[in-house]
Ligand binder design. Structure first.
Ligand code: AQP
Length: 342
């Protein structure tokens, strides 16, 4: 079997750790919806088992999982066309993760920069789950034989590890069982930066709420955050080279480009030579126009959490139907007695 023999199937996930933001929308959610709208088979997951690699307040986790599901739907994901589900409701993810814990080498994990960033100086006190996170991520993807994974730039290294795990399993057992999935990191917003610091990515865990636009922000808050975004004194250049060494200006132009589905060159043709006093209100109006309907729809959906739970339960049932046979075949390849009959 070659890679081409696998049916195209898209998988990705987002952690329900609160503060879903513009980076998650442009780098992930918007592109998830595009894959769905192309007619591809799509599975998208609220990865709650990843979220608990750092402690989560149980009530906050429950709320964030439902709010994330609302965010998916409000961003254009249709539960009838995409399988939307919660990771902990499909036990095959953790079962496959154990298999991959046994395939993955310690040295591979030790190279993961996100672990180093998240564990910080006190790595000895980080959870074993945080260290092993990329093996669970590989399980999320490979338990469905997913071939394409849309993610932001920050997940590139984890995706490369998933590919290494798939290849090592296939090699160790002499099979072509797992596809080697392709990262899909495309567009102008693969790395949306903080509004306060052009050198750090926009992130859920940034202590400053002014650093990000949350999908739950109202129109006034969105406009205020863009007005106060850090910039430099020069006007926008008319060519892309003029954005080199201007990370904050580059970030706002990238956001504008992604929200209007244009290239950076096109934006600079439209807005080149504009001072930020003119560009920021324009960007704020655009962001409000695109994001306010999402935030309103999320609020509406959150009025009926029973319906959200029903959608997630239905998604989990459909996801399990795909995952269970692949896990059984994996166990069988490994020589586990009973795997064929289970
Ligand atoms: N700033 C970003 N720009 C573009 N894409 C981004 N993503 C995250 N931040 C940006 C993409 O969103 C998806 C979901 O991310 P996640 O929740 O699984 O984890 P994360 O990457 O750790 O997200 P955060 O917001 O940065 O959370 P914290 O602060 O907890 O680390 C992924 O596809 C990711 O690439």
């Amino acid at each position: 079997m070659t890679e081409a023999a696998f049916t195209p199937r898209v998988f990705s996930g987002i952690q329900p750790s609160g503060n879903l933001h513009l980076g998650n929308y442009l780098g992930a959610l918007k592109r998830f919806a595009e894959a769905q709208d192309k007619g591809l088979e799509t599975l998208y997951c609220m990865v709650d088992l990843h979220a608990v690699t750092v402690w989560q307040d149980p009530a906050a986790l429950r709320h964030a999982t439902r709010e994330l599901a609302a965010g998916f739907i409000a961003s254009g994901l249709d539960p009838a066309r995409s399988i939307l589900f919660n990771q902990s409701q499909v036990a095959e993810h953790t079962q496959m993760a154990w298999v991959f814990n046994c395939v993955t080498r310690m040295g591979w994990m030790q190279r993961m920069t996100q672990f180093k960033d998240k564990a910080g100086k006190n790595a000895q006190n980080a959870s074993l789950g945080l260290f092993a996170y990329p093996a669970l991520m590989a399980a999320d993807i490979l338990t469905y034989h997913a071939t394409h994974v849309p993610v932001g730039e920050d997940q590139k290294q984890h995706l490369e590890l998933t590919r290494d795990i798939a290849m090592k399993f296939n090699h160790d057992y002499g099979v072509d069982f797992f596809p080697v999935p392709e990262p899909v990191i495309e567009g102008t917003a693969t790395r949306v930066m903080s509004l306060r610091d052009g050198a750090s990515k926009m992130s859920k865990s940034d202590p400053s709420d002014m650093s990000r636009i949350n999908l739950t922000d109202d129109a006034d808050t969105i406009a205020k955050k863009i007005r106060k975004a850090k910039t430099d004194p020069a006007p926008l250049p008319s060519e892309i080279v003029g954005l080199a060494d201007r990370p904050e200006a580059r970030n706002l132009v990238n956001i504008y480009a992604a929200l209007t589905d244009q290239s950076v060159d096109q934006v600079l043709r439209e807005c080149g030579a504009m001072p930020f006093s003119a560009f920021k209100p324009r960007l704020a109006d655009l962001a409000v126009e695109k994001l306010a309907p999402i935030s309103a729809e999320m609020a509406r959906l959150m009025q009926d959490v029973a319906e959200i739970d029903r959608i997630l339960a239905d998604g989990a049932r459909r996801a399990r139907a795909l995952a269970a046979p692949i896990l059984r075949q994996t166990y069988d390849i490994m020589g586990m007695v009973g795997a064929r009959e289970v």
